[in-house]
Design a protein around this ligand. Structure first.
Ligand code: KG4
Ligand code: ZN
Length: 386
């Protein structure tokens, strides 16, 4: 284990400042500072508020993660950071922090994809992912079915939502029901006491001519909102638990049906589910049931690893190091719409830094990063403050 890569990962794509430390596929620390309470009164994440919260939380969270892991920053083999997709301003805080630490410490920097990280995190819980991996990613910002022959270099989108993300639908319905934000956990809880068959809400994009792996939750959202409105207009009480259960059933029915179908069609005998909505208890139960029936092994990380966190970024970073993927260079920037097919952002030129610096280090390796740490440490201090 000691020779596996030790990587620190930084995640700031939305409202969670996450910093994780992993060694290979072993989780050493997962520190998270959330600004979710600051957004609650707005009913959704406010980008400017998130960016500011990241800025304030960044250094303390990095220090907390290193302390929790019991390692020194000098021992790291690399620093990974979410380069996208996500909120531009929020991502920028993480990317700037990662670059600064990597530069000052003389460590390789890996700008990685948020979605690929959501998949890779399962290695921390259930060991190496088989290849290819089929992944259903469902959160407040994304709902995708991905086929990943190689999580570090080859991730193929099979389908995605054409309107709202699954978590977004939970959040919007919770708002209509006056249940607060985020909506997923509270709907999950209330649904346990409701009847999932009480109301037949529509299953989007499940017709014979619909795209087999795409999702649509906007029609469902409208149907639920109309149903509630009609009850209210008629002066009747809204059966919140039944609405929650029936709405949730419509979402997880479609998600699991399409995911299992993708596995069968592609001949993949296991499925991983990640993202915040993967914390949903009914989604887990139904996926388990349907996977078992189809002979598919289900892998779902524990809820804390499903929501946005730094450990998932560190996990993918460690995989990049282990597989010898080239590091990012100092030009790395946040890309709010980084395509899912880009697992990580490699450096543009093979030796980007050496050429722009006053000293000739005489290194010819293809990393775009210097392994002569002590020498680089001195240099970088000059550069950082000049
Ligand atoms: O992955 P995540 O933390 O952040 C994003 O990248 O969006 O996911 C947050 C989303 C929110 O929409 C939240 O309502 C949803 O995940 N969520 C849930 C549950 N827990 C969180 N949705 C359904 N059931 C849950 N138990
Ligand atoms: Zn996410």
């Amino acid at each position: 284990m000691a020779d596996e890569p030790l990587v620190l990962g930084i995640e700031t794509s939305c409202d969670e400042t996450g910093v994780g430390v992993v060694r290979g596929t072993t989780l050493l620390a997962d520190a998270v500072a959330s600004s979710v309470d600051e957004h609650a009164r707005f009913g959704g994440v406010v980008p400017e508020v998130a960016s500011r919260a990241h800025l304030e939380a960044m250094v303390p969270t990095i220090e907390r993660a290193l302390k929790e892991a019991g390692v020194s920053a000098r021992d790291l083999d690399g620093i990974a950071v979410t380069a996208g997709p996500g909120l531009a301003g929020a991502l920028l805080v993480g990317v700037s922090a990662a670059k600064t630490y990597a530069y000052a410490l003389g460590k390789p920097l890996y700008g990685v994809n948020h979605l690929a990280s959501h998949i890779c995190v399962d290695q921390l819980e259930h060991g190496r992912l088989p290849e290819p991996t089929m992944a259903l990613l469902v959160s407040g910002g994304h709902s995708s079915l991905l086929l990943a022959p190689d999580i570090t270099a080859d991730v193929r989108p099979l389908g995605a939502t054409i309107d709202d993300a699954a978590g977004e639908a939970f959040d919007k319905i919770a708002r209509v029901l006056h249940l607060g934000f985020p909506g997923g956990p509270v709907i999950d809880r209330l649904a346990r006491e409701g009847d999932p068959e009480a109301i037949a809400f529509p299953r989007g994009l499940t017709g014979p001519r619909d795209a087999p792996y795409d999702f649509s939750f906007s029609g469902l959202k409208t149907a639920v909102a109309r149903w509630i409105e009609a009850k209210r207009n008629a002066g009747e009480e809204v059966p919140v638990r039944d609405v929650a259960a029936s709405f949730q059933e419509a979402v997880v029915d479609v998600l699991t049906r399409k995911a299992v179908r993708a596995c069968v069609d592609e001949g993949v005998d296991h499925l991983m589910i990640g993202g915040g909505v993967a914390a949903n208890s009914r989604l887990r139960a139904l996926a388990e049931e349907r996977c078992e029936r189809a002979g598919i092994r289900l892998r779902v990380p524990r809820p804390g690893l499903c929501t946005d966190n730094g450990a998932m970024v560190a996990a993918l970073g460690a995989e990049m190091v282990a597989r010898g993927r080239s590091a990012s260079d100092w030009e790395l920037s946040a890309d709010s719409s980084l395509p899912v097919t880009v697992s990580h952002v490699p450096g543009v030129s093979s030796v980007p830094r050496e050429s722009s610096e006053p000293h000739d280090h005489g290194h010819g390796h293809d990393h775009g990063h210097d392994h002569d740490h002590d020498h680089l440490h001195e240099l970088s201090k000059d550069n950082l403050y000049s």
